[in-house]
Design a binder for this molecule. Structure first.
Ligand SMILES: NC(=O)c1ccc[n+]([C@@H]2O[C@H](COP(=O)([O-])OP(=O)(O)OC[C@H]3O[C@@H](n4cnc5c(N)ncnc54)[C@H](OP(=O)(O)O)[C@@H]3O)[C@@H](O)[C@H]2O)c1
Length: 250
């Protein structure tokens, strides 16, 4: 098993891409902290994962996290240490999207986007460094194809993901000396609530037609790269922004 003995925190793992990451990590022997926006959504995911994988609660902890609040973030770190004793892997995956013209945007709409998609990564990275400094670690941020190739009418979302890429590279440079690796994954179009609730059928078809592999990703298509980046197989990979988009952006 590729993650035997490792402890991972995965934000946004109550559903979507994060849920599949948590599932694969558990299958590969990791102990996983499953985070949702509330204890209720996190606990529901824990119950589903236990059923799907036929496991008890020894390897899994569910918790709500308020990504805008340093105290809530610190509490999740404390719970993780109390339960599992260390942190080897942090996946900053929780995120929101929006579509609006820059003309209609407000300071508040940008601030909210950056709070969830960007500052949450900053806050969590700061908190895990003291633990990862002891024996190294892997931090994986979820970016997006629109953090590489900007999308119109998504200035706040695109900018937040460009910022995530910058943060990834700057932290990789600074933290490499402690054997803390920092990478990002840039998904293309993935069939989660984020897409089903926000993208029109017409746009989905257009995106699929522009994708060399001619389909949207399933959330499980993404999990493998997160496994690679968490495992020792990627021991010399840091500062990378890895596209998993069916060839859509190139
Ligand atoms: N889907 C795509 O096509 C796509 C493409 C590129 C990048 N991405 C990125 O991939 C990541 C995961 O996206 P997804 O498609 O899996 O999204 P999703 O299905 O909408 O799931 C979002 C996850 O984030 C959590 N979350 C949202 N707001 C939160 C908050 N304020 N505090 C704490 N947790 C919060 C949700 O928790 P609850 O269940 O409690 O709400 C849920 O677990 C995001 O960073 C997204 O930007 C997605």
């Amino acid at each position: 098993m590729k993650l035997e003995g490792k402890v991972a925190i995965v934000t946004g793992s109550s559903r979507g891409i994060g849920y599949e990451i948590a599932k694969l990590y558990l299958k590969e022997g990791a102990k996983v902290v499953v985070c949702g926006s509330s204890d209720v959504t996190a606990q529901k995911a824990v119950t589903n994962l236990q059923k799907e994988l036929n496991i008890n609660d020894e390897a899994i902890l569910g918790t709500g996290i308020d990504l805008k609040d340093n105290a809530s973030i610190k509490m999740v770190i404390t719970k993780t240490i109390e339960r599992f004793g260390k942190i080897d892997v942090l996946v900053n995956n929780a995120g929101i999207t929006s579509s609006e013209s820059i003309l209609e945007s407000t300071d508040e709409s940008f601030q909210n986007m950056f709070e969830i998609n960007f500052f949450s990564c900053v806050r969590l990275i700061r908190e895990v460094i003291p633990y990862m400094k002891k024996s190294g670690g892997s931090i994986i941020n979820t970016s997006s194809m629109v953090g590489i190739y900007a999308s119109p009418y998504q200035a706040a979302y695109s900018s937040s993901k460009f910022a995530v890429n910058g943060l990834t590279k700057a932290c990789a440079k600074e933290l490499g000396q402690y054997n803390i690796r920092v990478n990002a994954v840039a998904p293309g179009v993935v069939g989660t609530d984020m897409v089903t609730k926000n993208v029109t059928e017409e746009m989905k078809q257009l995106l699929v037609n522009s994708t060399p592999l001619r389909r949207m990703a399933n959330p499980s298509d993404l999990a493998g790269i997160y496994l690679y980046l968490a495992s020792d197989e990627s021991s010399f990979t840091t500062g990378a922004i890895i596209q998993v988009d069916g060839g859509l952006v190139m």
